[in-house]
Ligand binder design. Structure first.
Ligand SMILES: [Fe+2]
Ligand SMILES: [Fe+2]
Length: 308
C-alpha cells in the first residue's frame, strides 16, 4: 500500500491554518518560570533552533522551484513562509525571556552554520529526488524533534502556545514530505539511479556530507547538555525509517536507503561511525569564524516583531 495524500486538500488546510506572531500575547505572565540555570542552557539551544528553521525555509524554497505541479509549488511556498515564521516566533520567545540584546540576532553553532552555507550555495542545483529525501530527515531530526524537547522542558504557557502552533505546522510538513517521497518512488529505476549518481558525482556534495554528518552529532550533544535523554532524538529519527516500512515506493529510492542507513548508525552509539562524526564535530568547532561566510542575505528577514 502506498500512502496517498490529496495535495489539493492539504493546500486548503494549510491556507486555513495560517497564523501570525500577532496572535500571541508575548507579554503574558509566565516568563519567569524559567530558572536561571535553565535560562543559561536554553539560550544557545534556542539560537540553534532559530537557524534550523531557516535551514528548513531554504530547503523548501529550493523545492518550490522544482515542484512537479502548481499545487505542490504553492504548498512549498507556504512551508517556506511557515519556517520563517517559526524562526521569528522563536526569536520572539528569546526576546520575551531576556536572552537578546535589543535587535540582536543570535548566532547558531558552527555546524548549523555550515549546513546553511551549503544549502545557500548549492540547494538550487540539487534534484527534487535528492532534496526530497534529505530534507524530511532534517525535519524529523531537527525541526520536529528539537521543538518537542523544548515543549517537554519548559512550562511557560506562552512557549507552550507558540510551539503548539509550530508543531501543528510541522505535522503538515511531514505529511507532505513523506507523501512526496512516495511520489518520487514511482519514478523509473533508471531515472532514480541517474539522479543518485548525478547527486553524488557533484563535488559540492562532499561538502554537504561533511556538513550534515557533524550536525546530527552536535545536536545530539546539545540535547544531552540540555539534560534531555538522547533516546528521544533517536525515536524521532526512527520516524524516517518507518516511512519506508509503509511504502514500497519509498523503499525504492536509493537516496532514501542511504539516508536511512546513515540514521541507523547515528542511533547506534557503538557504531564506528561515531569516531568519524565526533571527530568532525571537534574539527569543525575549530574552524575560525572568519572563514565562514557572513549571514546569508535572507537572515535580514529575521525579526521578533509581531507584525511580521
Ligand atoms: Fe519549522
Ligand atoms: Fe518544518
Amino acid at each position: 500500500m502506498s500512502t496517498t495524500l490529496d495535495f489539493e486538500d492539504m493546500l486548503r488546510k494549510i491556507k486555513d491554518r495560517q497564523w501570525a506572531l500577532a496572535d500571541i500575547d508575548w507579554g503574558a505572565p509566565g516568563a519567569d518560570l524559567i530558572e536561571p540555570d535553565l535560562h543559561t542552557r536554553l539560550r544557545p539551544f534556542m539560537a540553534d533552533l532559530v537557524w534550523i528553521e531557516n535551514v528548513g525555509a531554504r530547503g523548501f524554497a529550493a523545492m518550490a522551484t522544482k515542484a512537479p505541479n502548481d499545487t505542490l509549488r504553492e504548498i512549498y511556498r507556504y512551508f517556506h513562509a511557515e519556517e520563517q515564521r517559526h524562526a521569528n516566533a522563536e526569536l520572539a520567545l528569546m526576546h520575551r525571556w531576556g536572552m537578546l540584546d535589543g535587535d540582536e540576532i543570535p548566532q547558531p553553532n558552527v555546524n548549523v552554520k555550515l549546513v546553511i552555507d551549503f544549502l545557500d550555495k548549492y540547494s538550487d542545483d540539487m534534484s527534487l529526488s535528492f532534496l526530497g529525501t534529505v530534507i524530511p530527515m532534517l525535519e524529523v531530526a531537527l525541526d520536529g524533534a528539537l521543538i518537542k524537547f523544548v515543549m517537554d522542558e519548559i512550562d511557560d504557557p506562552v512557549c507552550q502556545e507558540t510551539f503548539k502552533k509550530i508543531n501543528a505546522d510541522e505535522s503538515r510538513h511531514l505529511a507532505v514530505d513523506f507523501a512526496v517521497m512516495d511520489l518520487l518512488g514511482h519514478a523509473r529505476m533508471r531515472k532514480l539511479l541517474i539522479d543518485l549518481v548525478g547527486g553524488w558525482a557533484n563535488p559540492s556534495f562532499l561538502i554537504g556530507v561533511l556538513s550534515y554528518v557533524p550536525l546530527l552529532n552536535k545536536m545530539r550533544d546539545n540535547i544531552v547538555e540540555m539534560g534531555v535523554d538522547e533516546q528521544k532524538l533517536y525515536r524521532a529519527l526512527e520516524r524516517y525509517a518507518n516511512v519506508g516500512e509503509r511504502s514500497p515506493f519509498v523503499r525504492r529510492l536509493p537516496m532514501y536507503q542511504i539516508v536511512k542507513t546513515h540514521g541507523s548508525w547515528v542511533i547506534d552509539r557503538n557504531h564506528p561511525y561515531h569516531l568519524l562524526a565526533d571527530t568532525l564535530v571537534k574539527i569543525t568547532a575549530r574552524v575560525p569564524r572568519r572563514l565562514l561566510r557572513h549571514d546569508p542575505t535572507w537572515s535580514k528577514e529575521l525579526t521578533y516583531e509581531p507584525a511580521a
